[in-house]
Design a protein around this ligand. Structure first.
Ligand SMILES: C[S@@+](CC[C@H](N)C(=O)[O-])C[C@H]1O[C@@H](n2cnc3c(N)ncnc32)[C@H](O)[C@@H]1O
Length: 399
């Protein structure tokens, strides 16, 4: 039988070297459930049921699109898409990108986070790995186990039901950690349970940005560092889904807020003009979440190291002068503009020019982003209100 996804990846030039056989033998159709919600042309479609429309089901499964397999942690069952997609079979090119970066060799021990349908665990096993894969949702874990048991790779795969953030110590140390859910805060267990020299690959990002970058980390002792290797979007680890801070700002907050004129637009700072800008702002302005409204307003919610909240509102009227109001211990809009100014001054580099160093100290994990090399830290906003940050940033660029 032909393997359309293997053909699709080969034709697109995105087949990772050495993975042809795995994609040819481990068919997505053998893992995806009978009911799926395809994501096509920028939107989620109604459910397709395999028994009602087998041709449409197969066409979707053999297409290069994500297929949602669960909404709202299983609470939603209707034909329409639910509120939040909570499990999916990722688009084949996205699966291939992560596997290409993983640099897997025969016989390696792999810890996988986010079993989902079990398809990627099957691919890893077909490529010769010994796989421990963890799925937080018991229904999905059981379904994946059934699908895996029907393959000839079942003996090489252990499906664990539980929180992947804890890893699985009994099978450690791992040569590779393959994470298939978006991460904002890397759990210590993934570094602790990795062998020295191991590779950890995950979709990683910041609170500022709903999208992720694949980060390729190499572990040495209690540290791991490496570069970003390409943009994609994943559903986040269950405990790391974005949540706006629950703060009530009185209707009068603007009366005492600091007012100024913005130098940038929403498109500049929220990715519409340049995706890398949004990613880099996220690296440089931690603990800050944007909220963009249809009516030309953008809010920034943030908090400082003591947990004190800050708020900024940038308003861009169709026929009026734009204005920013900022309140709290941080000038969030100024921080965002300062980060954008730094990114512009260094020549608007793509995300792949940046990297991450992760240091585990006991149970705490520090994530430190850098530019070009691990010793080139990004200017930090810590303790600096927006203007001071901008002055310091400019000095560093000059130096
Ligand atoms: C994009 S799907 C993974 C796709 C999967 N690799 C496949 O081939 O079908 C992400 C999965 O991560 C799971 N997940 C989210 N948080 C988790 C956690 N803390 N531990 C383990 N799994 C988690 C979700 O339930 C979901 O099934």
């Amino acid at each position: 039988m032909t393997a359309p996804i293997a053909e699709l990846l080969t034709l697109a030039g995105t087949m990772p070297p050495g993975w042809e056989q795995a994609f040819a033998t481990v068919r997505r159709a053998d893992f995806v459930p009978d009911r799926i919600w395809p994501f096509r042309d920028g939107g989620y479609e109604r459910a397709i049921d395999r028994d009602r429309d087998p041709d449409a089901w197969l066409a979707a499964v053999e297409d290069d699109i994500p297929l949602v397999t669960q909404w709202d942690d299983g609470a939603h069952t209707g034909d329409e898409p639910g509120e939040l997609a909570t499990s999916s079979s990722s688009a084949p090119t996205v699966v291939a990108l992560e596997l290409a970066v993983l640099d897997l060799a025969d016989g390696m021990r792999v810890l996988e986070i986010g079993t989902g349908t079990g398809w990627t665990a099957g691919l890893l096993a077909a490529r010769g790995a010994n796989v421990t894969t963890i799925e937080v949702d018991p229904v999905l874990a059981a379904r994946a186990r059934d699908a895996i048991d029907r393959t000839r790779y079942a003996a090489s795969i252990t499906v664990i039901t539980g929180d992947g953030a804890l890893g699985h110590p009994p099978h450690a140390p791992y040569d590779r950690v393959h994470v298939t859910a978006g991460v904002r805060s890397i759990p210590a267990a993934w570094i602790d349970q990795a062998a020295s020299g191991a590779t950890v690959v995950m979709p990683w990002g910041t609170d500022y940005n709903p999208h992720d970058q694949v980060v390729h980390l190499t572990v040495t002792g209690n540290q791991a560092h490496g570069r970003f290797r390409g943009g994609l979007s994943f559903m986040k680890l269950r405990a790391q889904r974005a949540e706006y801070p629950n703060v009530h700002w009185p209707g009068t907050w603007k009366r005492t807020a600091r007012a100024s004129t913005p130098a940038l637009t929403i498109a500049d700072v929220a990715g519409a003009t340049h995706r890398a800008a949004e990613f880099v702002i996220g690296l440089m302005v931690p603990d800050c979440m944007p909220d963009i409204r249809d009516d030309g307003r953008m809010y920034l919610y943030g908090w400082d190291d003591a947990g004190e909240p800050s708020l900024a509102e940038a308003v861009f009227p169709e026929d009026g002068i734009p204005v920013v109001h900022q309140t709290g211990t941080r000038d969030l809009w100024s921080e965002v503009e300062a980060a954008h100014a730094w990114w512009t001054a260094v020549g608007r580099p793509e995300a792949e020019r940046f990297g991450l160093t992760v240091t585990v100290d006991g149970g705490t994990v520090e994530q430190r982003p850098w530019y070009e090399a691990p010793d080139r830290e990004l200017p930090s906003r810590t303790g600096m209100p927006g203007d001071a940050f901008l002055r310091a940033t400019t000095r560093r660029i000059g130096g």
